[in-house]
Design a protein around this ligand. Sequence first.
Ligand code: ATP
Length: 135
Amino acid sequence: SERTLVLVKPDGVARGLIGDVIARIERKGLKLAALELRTLDRETAETHYAEHKDKPFFGDLVDFITSGPLVAAVVEGPNAIKAFRQLAGATNPVEAATGSIRADHALEVQNNIVHGSDGPESAEREIKIFFPDRF
Ligand code: ATP
């Protein structure tokens, strides 16, 4: 079994899509090991997105991810990392597979509803950022 960090980003929460995302996770057979609504401070957001700190969109990305409440979850199950990324679809919603969360709900790359860790090292790093004393 494997763990991944999932976020329903502020756009997803504002649009009332928490339930849809959680339903897809459960329907797939993945388990929720932690689940919390919170608003990120800039420091936490910058740590989470550190790999993008030199990208031109970094400032906008930090503004966006701190703009309102998000849902942070630890999702667990066999192949949880890849399984959730398949549910999410490609980063750019207009390139995401038909039926995925991003294809069904989003149009633009920044406001793409969800985050899911992209590998075992990122999952471990990100879970520690969001749930430091629980895993
Ligand atoms: P996430 O890490 O949120 O799951 P990802 O791994 O699919 O997304 P990354 O390339 O790590 O995509 O980008 C992180 C986030 O930064 C994206 O989800 C998106 O919100 C934003 N982003 C990525 N590329 C761009 C871009 N060119 N312009 C604006 N925002 C972007």
